[in-house]
Design a protein around this ligand. Structure first.
Ligand SMILES: C[S@@+](CC[C@H](N)C(=O)[O-])C[C@H]1O[C@@H](n2cnc3c(N)ncnc32)[C@H](O)[C@@H]1O
Length: 275
């Protein structure tokens, strides 16, 4: 979705990630070869789950801006990308993050492929010199131990990004992770994350969105954790985090969408500060 968006006209782009296409496999890259097909990819994704492509792009843009603003305030000197995937923030924001350590935490399979792609594209993906890969299997490894072993300093405030992960976990795993981040992060640490929720209402619109969440089971990515935006601040507070900027679909559209696209109303993104 990020690679396809990079081919949209600049005036309509929700997000610009010039490096995203480097991580595509050959077939996807070939299908993005023309601008027309690139635009269609995001529309197909939109048909499967209405507004999902626009949400994925707006979520990334929201977190980009939250992270840069937080680091710019001065005390945060560590960024931790949990389940980093093909996140290219270390490269896109190399200038703004030059005095910040960056930890990309992911499964060895994803992290390994990412290293292969970056090693093959060093002219474009210039080593920022402050980036550490942390290999982990969240199901069995201790995040705290892995991060400390990689050089994470619990005395220095951090910005944690937990993007596109919570919906695939159990409630216990979500709670444990938030508690772990609270324990790991020094005072002044911040967090950006997103949640999925099941829309109530018996009308067709809500039913389509509830069905879209179930459809992901057929792509082997079942949605297992949902949290209504009204309930997020109280749950976060019990786990040591104060919700700050909660951006639901209409707010993401207002901030970032300049064409006719709609953001999925069943997803939202937020920032929180450590209590
Ligand atoms: C939906 S992707 C989100 C990627 C990235 N944050 C983004 O928004 O583009 C979920 C990420 O979680 C990672 N992941 C899934 N299961 C994992 C596990 N058991 N241990 C470590 N990482 C895992 C995947 O490798 C993938 O990079």
């Amino acid at each position: 979705m990020r690679a396809a968006e990079a081919r949209e006209p600049e005036r309509h782009r929700i997000l610009y990630d010039r490096y995203a296409q480097l991580f595509l496999r050959p077939l996807s890259r070939a299908s993005l070869a023309t601008w027309r097909i690139a635009g269609s990819v995001n529309r197909w994704a939109g048909d499967l789950s209405p507004g999902m492509a626009a949400f994925v792009l707006a979520r990334h843009r929201f977190i980009d801006e939250a992270m840069i603003e937080a680091v710019g305030r001065g005390s945060i000197r560590q960024v931790v990308l949990l389940g980093a995937g093909y996140d290219t923030r270390a490269y896109r924001f190399a200038g703004q993050l030059r005095d910040t350590r960056i930890f990309e935490v992911d499964h060895p399979a994803t992290g390994g492929r990412k290293r292969t792609v970056t090693a093959a594209n060093t002219e474009l993906l210039v080593d920022p010199g402050n980036l550490s890969y942390v290999e982990i299997d969240f199901r069995v490894d201790s995040l705290s131990e892995k991060l400390r072993a990689a050089g994470f300093d619990p005395a220095v405030p951090a910005f944690f990004v937990w993007e596109g992960v919570s919906m695939y976990l159990t409630r216990e795993q979500v709670k444990n992770t938030l508690q772990t981040l609270h324990a790991l992060g020094a005072s002044g640490s911040e967090l950006a994350l997103d949640f999925w929720f099941l829309m109530d209402g018996s009308n067709l619109y809500s039913t389509v969105h509830r069905t879209a969440a179930q459809m992901l089971s057929f792509l082997s990515e079942p949605i297992t954790f949902t949290l209504h935006p009204e309930d997020a601040p109280s749950m976060l507070e019990r786990l040591g985090w104060r919700a700050e900027d909660v951006a639901t679909a209409s707010e993401l559209e207002r901030r970032f969408v300049t064409d006719e696209r709609k953001v999925s109303p069943a997803n939202y993104v937020l920032t929180a500060t450590r209590i």
